[in-house]
Design a protein around this ligand. Structure first.
Ligand SMILES: [Zn+2]
Length: 411
């Protein structure tokens, strides 16, 4: 790889996507064990000395994270169910010396996680909320990354068709990216409190499946009338962000999800969509995307005009919009935010990665590089600092800052 110093991180992450770990082609596993790919970096332009050992270590951790996420997303649900996803979380926890917190099955119900429980209760493998927590001495703020981990999405009783269901093994792409990024971030040294929150469920069909018209009580205390069982990601994430807010005391909550098919219409195949209550963080996401290769473009954030799409006559809200022609990807994100409250003083960032989570038939590991870059300043690693979006305030137009009452610093 021949590139300039500022492009090393993005180039390495791009290369990682070209070497997927998952295959079930017969005979391939034996060949894969032997296959070693050696990549050499030649730096040109300014700072064109030899690549430092610390840089290589950072690249190794980042690319391992990208490939871990891609492997989980590529693995079909007959192997990557909620049990096996929890094993992946346990494995990362063991490597980092962290014991995960796991709330599962009936305990979700009794503790009030009506979103995750309601979505996952029809499946053979029960739903789970799992958390990996890193709480170093000297931390000055608390960050939560919340991932949508729908290991398979049939749509539930609002079932998907034979052409739209294939590929739904990828509906855990947000949780997979959070896991890959968390592993790399902690290995590179993360100075603030960081919680990885995994909302795991299989949206299945059976006698115990949630029906349209059912009303669920979510962890936020709000009630939701289900009008579309295929709008399940926002239900599990609503519980995840509520937990991050109420139980983890997070100052910054970022959720990442393959949330809406409409994301591809809004921002295309290559750009994730960002929806956030902070103009500063919106600009930071765009800038981090350009530096790491996981591109991002903003969605309209306007709860005062859009949230009425979820109006219900009998509950606090419905889970699916009345009008699909009214910025549905924005609305889906707003549903999640409404469970921490639009007046919550912290920073909330929602990243919809439905389209860029894959390229053709392969997972991309999208989101890992983005999280590492976006929170690069929480690390002392020079490379992560180089790709962090710090200083992006100058990119924000004066007029935009007015709406931004959130003064949480960029880490
Ligand atoms: Zn769905």
């Amino acid at each position: 790889m021949v590139c300039e110093q500022p492009e090393v991180f993005a180039s390495a992450c791009a290369l990682a996507r070209a070497f997927p770990l998952f295959t079930h082609r017969s005979g391939a596993s034996r060949r894969l064990e032997k296959k070693t790919v050696t990549v050499e970096f030649f730096l040109v332009g300014q700072d064109n000395g030899p690549v430092e050992v610390s840089t290589l270590q950072c690249l190794a951790n980042a690319t391992d994270g990208v490939r871990l996420a891609a492997r989980i997303v590529d693995t079909p649900c007959n192997e990557m169910n909620t049990d096996t996803f929890l094993e992946e979380i346990n494995r990362v926890g063991k490597e980092l010396g962290i014991i995960p917190t796991v709330i599962r099955d009936e305990e979700l119900k009794t503790r009030g996680f009506g979103g995750i429980y309601g979505v996952g209760k029809a499946a053979l493998h029960p739903p789970a909320l799992a958390i990996l927590s890193h709480t170093p001495d000297g931390a000055t703020q608390t960050i939560a990354w919340v991932g949508k981990g729908i290991v398979y999405d049939t749509g539930g009783l609002s079932i998907k068709g034979k052409t739209t269901m294939p590929g739904m093994k990828r509906d855990c792409g947000g949780a997979a990216a959070v896991l890959g990024a968390f592993r790399a971030a902690i290995k590179q040294g993360f100075k603030d409190n960081l919680h990885a929150v995994f909302c795991l469920a299989e949206n299945s069909v059976g006698p115990n499946a949630t029906r349209p018209d059912d009303i669920h009580l979510l962890y936020s205390g709000k009630t939701v009338e289900i009008n579309n069982t295929d709008a399940e990601g926002r239900l599990v994430l609503a519980d995840g962000v509520s937990y991050a807010c109420k139980d983890l005391g997070a100052d910054i909550i970022l959720d990442m999800a393959t949330l809406t098919g409409a994301q591809g219409i809004a921002t295309g195949k290559y750009h994730a969509a960002v929806l956030t209550n902070s103009a500063e963080w919106e600009a930071a996401c765009v800038k981090a995307g350009r530096k790491c290769g996981d591109l991002v473009h903003p969605l309209v954030y306007c709860p005062e005009l859009h949230f009425s799409e979820f109006t219900s006559a009998v509950a606090d809200m419905k889970n699916s919009v009345a009008d699909r022609d009214n910025s549905p990807s924005s609305c889906a994100g707003l549903f999640i935010a409404s469970h921490i409250g639009f007046d919550w003083p912290g920073v909330w960032v929602h990243l919809d990665i439905a389209a860029p989570v894959h390229a053709g038939e392969r997972a991309t590991g999208f989101g890992v590089a983005l999280l590492l870059a976006l929170f690069g300043r929480a690390s002392e690693d020079p490379l992560l600092n180089l790709v962090s979006p710090l200083g992006c305030e100058v990119d924000v137009e004066d007029g935009d800052v007015g709406r931004d009452s959130k003064r949480r610093r960029l880490v």
